[in-house]
Structure formats: C-alpha cells, structure tokens
Design a protein around this ligand. Structure first.
Ligand SMILES: *[C@@H]1O[C@H](CO)[C@@H](O)[C@H](O)[C@H]1NC(C)=O
Ligand SMILES: *[C@@H]1O[C@H](CO)[C@@H](O)[C@H](O)[C@H]1NC(C)=O
Ligand SMILES: *[C@@H]1O[C@H](CO)[C@@H](O)[C@H](O)[C@H]1NC(C)=O
Ligand SMILES: *[C@@H]1O[C@H](CO)[C@@H](O)[C@H](O)[C@H]1NC(C)=O
Ligand SMILES: *[C@@H]1O[C@H](CO)[C@@H](O)[C@H](O)[C@H]1NC(C)=O
Ligand SMILES: *[C@@H]1O[C@H](CO)[C@@H](O)[C@H](O)[C@H]1NC(C)=O
Length: 933
C-alpha cells in the first residue's frame, strides 16, 4: 500500500516552505500482474472520465475492459484492488495544453476507498466545487489548487473528518465563514490562498484554535485585522503560518501564543509601527518574513536571541549587531530604503548562504571583508549606488553561484580572482563603470602576484579570467567600458544560456568563441564595434534563441532565416538582400536602418510568422513595391514602422483590421485618400503618413474615431480642405504636423481644447503606458504644432495663446492676416516660434517679453531677423517690424521620431521584483515580463 507518509521534518528551503507534502508514489501495480481492479470501480472511473473534457487525451489509457489499476493516475490498494488514489494534476507547463475540464461526475462516490484526490492545475472553467467532494469520506488528501473553480466553498467539505491535507489555493473562491474548517478534525495542512475571505471574520478564531492544524496558508485572502486575543492550547499549535499579501495593519497578537511556530510569513501587508518584541519568545522560529510592510523600527533586541533563525526577510535597517542570529542563512533586505553603506556587522555572518540587498539605496564601497562570507552562494547587491571597485577578496567566496552587482557605479577592473569562483553560474556586472584601471587600492599585496601582464592592457578582460568558470550560465556585463582581449581561437570553458555584452568593445571581428556556446538562448552584443560579415555558422547554430540583439554594429551580408523565438533586433547594421524569414513564434522584429531590399510580400503573405508578432520595424531600408494586402493574420501587431523605404501604392484595406497603436509610413511614395476604414483603428496613438503623396480632405471623424492620438503627422502630402474642428477633441494630442499640404480655411478657434498642449504638466507624456501592455514604452515628446506652408487664411485666433505647453509653433508660409495676438506671450515654454511669410501686420505684442527663450535668443537664425525684445520689453514700443520675416528659431531639434521610436524594455517594479526573487527562473521571466506573454 502506498500510504502517504507525512514528513514532519522542517526543510530549510529558501522559498516555498512546504511542510507535510505527502509523498506521491505512482504504484501502478506492476508487481502483481494478477491484480485486476474492482469492476464497479472501473465503471465508475469510466463514467467519471466520460464527463471530463480531455483535449490532450491524457486519459487515453482509461478504456473499457482494462485493468484500471494500470491506468495513468490511478493507484489501487495492493491487497484489495480498490482505487485508493487519483493523481490527475495537469503538468504546469505553459506549452502543454493538457488541462482537464468539463464536469465532475458523482460516480466518484463509488470509490469508497479513495483516499487521495489531486485535480490541481486543471481548468474546470468556473464551475463551483461540487458538494459531492464532501461525501468522499475516506479522503485524507484533497488538492484542487489552481483548477479554475469558482464561487462559495461548499461547507460540507467540513464533514471530511479524515482529511489531513486540503489545498484550494489559486481558485476564484469565496467563503463567508470558516466554521466548516473546525469540522476537519484531522486536518494538518490548509491552503486557501487567493480565496476571498474578507467576510470570514472568524478566520483567526477557527484556524489558530484548530486542534491539529500544523501548516496554514491564507495568502492574498483580503484578510483584515482581528483584534481578538485567542488562547491556544500550547501543546498543539501551528508551525507554519502564511498570511502574506493581505490587509493586516498589525501583527495578530495571538501569534504570541503560538509557541510552536517555525515560520511566519507576513510579507506584503500594511503592518506599521514597530516589529513586535514577542517574536523573540517564539524560540524555534526559523523563518521570519516581514518584507514590504511599513514597519519602521529596526530589528528589536529580542530577535537577536533567536538562535534557530535562519531566514530573515525584512524592510528594516541592517543592525550593527546580529547576536545569536548570526547563524542566519538567508538575509533578504531587498527593495528597501536603507540609504546607508554596508555595515561591517554584515560581513561577520559567515553562515549566510543568500544575501540580497538588491535595490536598497546602498552607498559606499564593498569592503574586502566580503571575503569572510565564506558560505555565501547567492550575493545580490544590484541596483544600488555602490562605488569603488569589486574587491579581490571576492575570489575567496568559493561557493558563490550568483554574483550580481549590476546597476551600481563600480569602477576599476573586474578582478582576476573572479576566475577562482569555479561554482559561479550567474555573473552580472552590467551597468557599472568598470573599465580596467589598475586596482591600486587593493590592500592585499600578495594578490599582486596574480595580476600578471594582462593588466598592462587597461580595460581588458582576458580569457584567463574565465578559465575555471566552467559552470557559468549567465554572463552579463553590458554598459561598462570593457574590452575583450581574446586569442581568436579561444574556446570558452562554459556553456552559457545568457550572454549580454552590449556596449563592450568586442570587434572588429565577429566573436568566434560564440560558436562553442551550444545552449545560448539570450544574446546581446549590440553596440560592440563589430564590423564583419555575418558568419554562416552563427545563423546555423543548433539552438533556438529567445532573444537576439545584434543592433548597432556594422554587420554585413544576407540573412535568409532567423531561428529566434521571441525578439530579434538587427537594427543599424549593413545587412542587404531580401528580408529574412522568421520563426512563427516571433514577437518583436526590428530590422530598421539596414539595406534590406525587395518587397514585403514574402514576409507578410507567405509566412506563418504572423500570429504573435507585436512589433515590426523595417524602417530606413530599401524595401520597394506596394504594401501587400495580407494583414488579416497579423492580429497582434501593435507597432508598425515602414518609414523611409521606397514603398508605393495605397494603404491596403486589411491593415485597418489590426489593432494598431503606431503606424509610421513616413517618407515613402504612397498615395490615395484616408479611407473610412481607418476609423477601425481607434487605438492609434502615433499616426505618421508624412512625406508621401496622400491626398484628399482631412476627414471630420478623425477627432471622434482616433481620439487617442498623441502624434498626428500628415506633413508634406497633398491634403486639402479645411482643418476639421473635431481635431480639437483629441485630448492627448501633443504633436500636430499638417505642414506642406494644400490646406485652406481658418485656424480653428477651438484649438484651445487640445488639453495636452494646453498644459505644462508633462506627466501626460505617459499616456503611452496605458496602451502598451508590457509597460515597455517611455515617451519623451516635444509638444508642437506645425501648420506651415499651407493656404490658411484669416487671423491667428487669440485662443492659440492657451496652448501653454507648446514648445514649438509654426504657422509660417500661409496667408494669415491681422495682428499677432497678445496671448502668444503667455506661451512661456516656447522655444521656437515661426510666423514668417504671412500677411500679418502690426507690432510685436508687449507680452512677448514673457517668452523666456528670447532671453537666450541668438542672431544666427537663418530665417529670423534679430528683434530687440529680448532684453527690454518696453523699448520696442512703437517699433515697426516687417512681419514677413519674423521667425525665431533656437537651436532646437525637432526630429521626434528619434526620441520616440526606440523602445525601452523597462520592467515594472513588480516584474523586476519577481525576477529577483527567483534568479534561476530569471531568464525566462524577463522574457515573459517584457513581452506580456
Ligand atoms: C504495493 O505494491 C508496490 C508494488 O509492488 C510496492 O512498491 C508498494 O510498496 C506496496 N505498498 C504497500 C503499502 O505495501
Ligand atoms: C479555461 O477554460 C476556459 C473555457 O474553455 C477558457 O476560456 C479559459 O481561458 C481557460 N483558462 C485557462 C487559465 O486556461
Ligand atoms: C583555476 O583553478 C586552479 C585550481 O584550483 C587554480 O590553481 C588557478 O589559479 C585557477 N585559475 C584562476 C584564473 O583563478
Ligand atoms: C577608469 O575609470 C576611472 C574611474 O572612473 C578613471 O579614473 C580612469 O581614468 C579610467 N581608466 C581608463 C583606462 O579609462
Ligand atoms: C527618406 O528616405 C530616403 C530613402 O528612401 C532616405 O535616403 C532619406 O534620408 C529619408 N529622408 C528622411 C528625412 O528621413
Ligand atoms: C500632473 O498630472 C498628473 C496626472 O495627470 C497629476 O497626478 C499631477 O498632480 C499633475 N501635477 C501638477 C504639478 O499639476
């Protein structure tokens, strides 16, 4: 019989702290071939199966007439053949769609001996937990976690008096009272995380007083404070208490009577005030997690007596003294405002295995005493303001697996001693100022012997650094000032999965040593000064990349196929030939600024590569011909930039079926009118058709239907007609460029409704974040309006003066008449104003003395004429100015596409936080986070 063995040992594992997990044995009765299952139970199982939906046919072995004890997931009792366990959890793989769904048939009730039922990770798409589970009297183990159940938890589950283990985590459940839990008189493990228990005000009474419960997880249950003090029978009480991600504002006082506690997790609540002293009485405490609360005290002295404490995760200052807790194995103070230097006390924690001080505003240097942390395997000091050098003593941390000091201000050379860290798996020094100055300040003179002549080459990382790093999987050192000085025949001793050497000096030859990296999944060697033909072996590497960034080098040659799963960036190189074929899973394809030629047809129409693609940039190439009408399958495309090619023809109708956020067709030779189907693209934020031959009237609906526009540029086309008043309704519009068309009529008075131009509050710039899932957009945008070189008539409306956010205004080259409105003097941010080549008359309004930029106006402007308002607003009273030529242009560069177009993959804090929690899963996670997969 495979009976669950309850392990009562308390494993110290860094993260999920699981106690009492029954050992799961799939004893499929292979030893006893005579054993056949009980026929009535076989019928019951088949009936159960028939009501399930099993898209991946996981239960294919469940067939009529078979020995049900041999079926997948079924475990029988050895002697009687009764079904004892059903293990039907779906594998947790994002790629495998093997969740069971459908209905749960009451035939299960015929399995009188069923002791274990595991249906976790399936998808019962929002049915309630069936009441019949409460009738399975023999159950000792019930796991329905993450199975998409919904609604109230049936109270009759409380009848399962033999149940020891109940896991309902991660469903969409609600319970208004936990009284039913009292009925579970054998219960040892309870997980109701993510259920809504906001109305279950008895949660604390029931769970703390429960006679057998050892492990309780009520994470993210919307729990609020319960001020009751519960008296607990001290002989039997909880060992593991997880109340993380709730709304508790104080630590429940009753915790002080739970003397058996070994682990307390109160992360992500709203606890404020001091860390309670009585934690010091919980003498067997091993794990204390109070991270992300508003507790403002430092660690109370009582805690220093806890000589079992192994894991401490706090948002508190680092103490100067660690007392008995110097046995700490895990100290995580990350994401915290320590704002200090690393205190010396820390370097004495020589049992530490994990030290995370990520994002804690640390300053100062890393002491060479870091070499004392002889047990440390994970050292994360990233995202601080640490300066100075990486101490040579780092080489003494012989167990080190992860070393992350990225995003600091460290300088000097990467110490040679890194080469001794033969356990090292993750090495991340990116975004520092490492350059290779001779490490004079290192105190340890004997080490100088190891500093061989390699150091004569300042700023050089030499291959000897890596010779012992055979386990390295992540090498990240981008954004420093480092150079690789390698023998061209170097064969790296490691097989990395992640290499990020962007902004290194790797060139001019393509790094040959990458040939030997058989597991590479992420490669960034952008801005690396490589000027070479793209080697064929690289394109034929056996692995599939997830992320490949070769941008901003001088790579040449043709590329026929790119085997990359998620992101490709080849922009700013010198690739030629037809556009490459890409993998059907690709999300971002960036080929800007190369010399790719030929038509778009193959890529758009003949490939299956379209379903997932979100970003396609092929601007600044030599692509010619029409844009084919093949966009129907590009459902996920958000950003499309085909600017500065030689495209011609009309915009194909299928393009308007996409949910585009950005469309840039600037600088081609396309023509035609704006079709009414353009109204189907209400999410457009940037719309740029400038420098083409488009024609026709500006449609009136543009303000109604494209109400999210931030940038509208139709410059240098043949548009005619009037400026529709509806444009004034586009509340986010920051950049309106209709220059060089044939637009006539007057400048609408309602322009003062353009609220994004009428505010000086540039936080509106972040409007983009709203539209791009992955928080991946930053937008630095010059607020401007250019209506120059049209046939606009009438006066300049005084309402224009309300657009105080404008940095640039150009009405030149029209037929405008009358005076300059005085209100223009209100536009204090203005840096460029051009009203020349109109029929304006009158004087410069006195208010112009408010225009700040005039204070540093220089005479060099080619179009402008010097005017004397700069220093003394009143002196030009009465002076006559030839308004034909008033143009005041500062050295102000408009080219906003240069500012807007680059994508920055800024991860939200939350993503970054999770990335840090799990360094192992990090590569995968970063990809997910940035792509919203
Ligand atoms: C049941 O039989 C299997 C296979 O022979 C064996 O591995 C298992 O230990 C047995 N269980 C018990 C409780 O005897
Ligand atoms: C569960 O199934 C429903 C219905 O088939 C589906 O809409 C939903 O997306 C699925 N959920 C998950 C997490 O797979
Ligand atoms: C590599 O390890 C060997 C043996 O442990 C050691 O002698 C050598 O100095 C190490 N190399 C480097 C570069 O640290
Ligand atoms: C390296 O950086 C340090 C500190 O920033 C600087 O003083 C030194 O001149 C740099 N050395 C080289 C070779 O660039
Ligand atoms: C327009 O595109 C052509 C190539 O078709 C390019 O040479 C030119 O520089 C582009 N102009 C601008 C302003 O980008
Ligand atoms: C700027 O706008 C943001 C959001 O629109 C608002 O939260 C903030 O208070 C504003 N700041 C000022 C100085 O008006």
């Amino acid at each position: 019989m495979a009976i669950e063995t309850m392990t009562t040992a308390l494993p110290i594992s860094f993260f999920p702290f699981l106690l009492l997990v029954p050992a799961i044995f799939f004893t499929i009765c292979h030893a006893n071939s005579n054993l056949l299952c009980v026929p009535s139970e076989r019928e019951a199982l088949l009936k159960f199966k028939n009501h399930l939906i099993d898209p991946s046919n996981r239960l294919s072995s469940w067939v009529e007439g078979g020995d049900c004890c041999k079926w997948i997931g079924v475990v029988c009792l050895n002697l009687t053949g009764h079904v004892h366990q059903l293990h039907l959890a779906a594998p947790l793989s994002p790629y495998e769609q093997s969740a069971l769904g459908g209905k749960i048939n009451p035939s299960l009730l015929e399995l009188n001996h069923l002791s274990t039922l595991d249906l976790s990770n399936n998808n019962f798409s929002s049915i309630h937990i069936p009441k019949l589970f409460g009738l399975l009297e023999s159950l000792t183990y019930l796991n329905l976690s993450r199975a998409q159940f919904q609604g109230a938890i049936p109270h009759n589950l409380g009848n399962l008096s033999k149940l020891q283990y109940l896991d309902l985590r991660g469903n969409d459940l609600i319970s208004e009272s936990l009284q039913w839990v009292s009925g579970l008189s054998s219960l040892q493990y309870l997980d109701l995380s993510y259920a809504n228990l906001s109305k279950a005000t008895d949660w604390l009474q029931v769970t703390f007083k429960h006679p057998s419960l050892l492990e309780l997880h009520l994470s993210a249950c919307i729990l609020e404070d319960d001020p009751h003090l519960i008296s607990v029978n001290s002989s039997k009480s909880l060992a593991v208490l997880d109340l993380s991600w709730n709304s508790l504002s104080s630590v429940p006082k009753s915790i002080s009577s739970l003397h058996g506690l070994v682990s307390i997790d109160l992360r992500f609540n709203s606890l404020d005030g001091r860390i309670p002293d009585y934690f010091g009485n919980i003498s067997f405490l091993e794990v204390l997690d109070l991270h992300q609360n508003s507790l403002n005290s430092s660690i109370p002295n009582s805690l220093f007596c806890l000589n079992h404490l192994r894991f401490l995760h706090l948002s508190s200052p680092i103490p100067d003294y660690f007392g008995n807790i110097s046995f700490l194995e895990v100290l995580d103070l990350s994401w915290n405002h320590l704002n200090s230097s690393i205190p010396n006390s820390l370097y004495s924690l020589n049992r530490l295995q994990l030290l995370s001080l990520w994002y804690t505003w640390l300053q100062g240097t890393i002491s060479s005493a870091i070499g004392n942390l002889s047990s440390v395997t994970h050292l994360d000091l990233s995202e601080n303001q640490l300066n100075g050098q990486i101490p040579l003593s780092i080489g003494e941390l012989s167990s080190l697996k992860l070393f992350d000091v990225s995003k600091n201000q460290l300088n000097g050379q990467i110490p040679m001693s890194i080469g001794q860290l033969s356990s090292l798996e993750v090495f991340d020094v990116s975004e520092n100022q490492l350059n290779g100055t001779f490490p004079l300040s290192f105190g340890r003179l004997e080490s100088l012997e190891t500093l061989d002549c390699g150091y004569n080459l300042l700023g050089v990382v030499s291959e000897t650094h890596f010779s012992n790093l055979t386990r390295l999987t992540t090498l990240a050192a981008s954004h420093n000032r480092l150079r690789f000085e390698l023998n061209s025949s170097w064969i790296p001793p490691f097989q990395c999965e992640w290499i990020d050497l962007g902004h290194w000096h790797l060139g001019p030859k393509f790094p040959q040593w990458l040939k030997f990296q058989k597991k590479l999944s992420y490669l960034d060697i952008s801005y690396a000064g490589i000027s070479d033909v793209m080697p064929t072996w690289f394109l034929n590497l056996p692995t599939q990349f997830k992320h490949l960034n070769l941008s901003s080098n001088q790579l040449r040659g043709e590329i026929s196929y790119l085997n990359v799963r998620n992101i490709v960036d080849l922009s700013s190189n010198r690739f030629i030939g037809p556009l490459p074929r890409v993998s059907p899973t690709l999300l971002f394809l960036m080929l800007s600024n190369n010399s790719f030629s030929g038509s778009l047809f193959e890529l758009l129409c003949n490939s299956s590569s379209t379903k997932r693609m979100e970003i396609l940039y092929i601007d600044k190439n030599l692509i010619s011909g029409d844009i084919p009408d093949c966009w129907n399958h590009w459902q996920n495309l958000n950003l499309l930039n085909l600017g500065s090619n030689s495209l011609t023809g009309k915009i194909p109708p299928s393009l308007w079926h996409l949910n585009l956020i950005m469309l840039n067709l600037r600088n081609n030779t396309m023509f035609g009118e704006l079709p009414s189907t353009l109204q189907n693209s209400p999410n457009l934020v940037m719309f740029d058709l400038s420098e083409n031959h488009f024609s026709g009237r500006l449609p009136a609906w543009i303000g109604d239907k494209l109400s999210n526009l931030v940038i509208l540029s139709l410059r240098s086309n043949n548009f005619d007609g009037h400026i529709p008043h509806k444009i004034c309704d586009i509340q986010f519009l920051q950049n309106l460029d209709l220059a060089h068309n044939n637009i006539s009529g007057v400048i609408p008075k309602c322009f003062n409704n353009l609220s994004a131009m009428a505010t000086t509050n540039k936080t509106n710039n972040f409007v983009f974040v709203k539209y791009v899932d992955a928080d991946s957009f930053t937008l630095g945008l010059v607020t401007s309006m250019d209506l120059s070189a049209n046939s606009l008539t009438g006066e300049i409306p005084k309402e224009i003066g309300s657009l105080v956010g404008l940095l640039s205004l150009n009405f030149s080259g029209n037929l405008l008449t009358g005076n300059i409105p005085d209100s223009i003097g209100n536009m204090e941010l203005m840096e460029s104003l051009d009203l020349s080549m109109n029929r304006l008359n009158g004087e410069i309004p006195p208010s112009f003395s408010n225009l700040n930029f005039l204070n540093h106006f220089n005479n060099c402007s080619s179009k402008g004429i010097p005017i004397d308002v700069a220093n003394n607003g009143s002196s030009r009273e009465g002076s006559k100015v030839n308004w034909l030529y008033v143009s005041i242009v500062l050295g102000f560069v408009m080219g906003f596409w240069g500012v807007v177009a680059p994508l920055f993959f800024i991860r939200s804090w939350r993503h970054a936080y999770y990335r840090k929690l799990d360094h192992v899963g990090r590569k995968l996670y970063v990809s997910w986070a940035t792509m919203g997969m």
